[in-house]
Design a protein around this ligand. Sequence first.
Ligand code: 5GP
Length: 212
Amino acid sequence: MEKREPRLMIVSAPSGCGKGTIMERAFKENEVFYSVSCTTRGPRPGEVPGKSYHYITTEEFEKMIAEDSFLEYAKYNQTYYGTPRKPVEENLAAGKDVILEIETQGAFKVKELRPEVSSLFILPPSIKELRRRLHKRATEDEETIEKRVAQAAGEIAQADKYDYVIMNDDLDPAVEDFKAVIDGIRGEREPAVRFSPKNEEIKNMIREVLEN
Ligand code: 5GP
């Protein structure tokens, strides 16, 4: 097969949208380089240091900012999150596709820096369902959950700026939709056009998620 340029991809979804589960199911091990972010929050139950995140202090994070070690970073819920630049650049240079799982502010910064990036947003079926899922996860208190819901609404309102938008209503079809988009971006099948934000259906979907 003809060698193609490695692709840089962004996946964004408010927490509680099942992004982690979808990605775990969609990729075979080592198929793409999954960028491990730095964060100043502590690990949640089940998270693995060095795999889920690099957990660092605010001082360490700010030192990395000063040294220009991040491709992008953002403050989200009083917590810093950032993409270490070097592993991303090294993997792209080695011909590997790279995936960044980051929130919207970071996504738009990367889009500015590297317009060739492809971006995908995962919507929850509704705000009500998102709240229910966050409660079910039960790793955070009521106040934090409500903050996350408000933040999610703000992010969902930006979803139509993404190249592709899918909805995680049911896990199995969402994994299939996710694969269709990613494989399309990677040139392994026809580009997935039906999730284009230019589609009225997507705009309506976003409106409905926000209204319900
Ligand atoms: P959580 O605390 O739920 O793991 O993540 C909160 C949000 O931060 C999620 O939307 C997640 O995608 C985002 N995030 C994780 N890593 C990064 C990063 O390196 N940069 C940016 N901008 N956002 C990130």
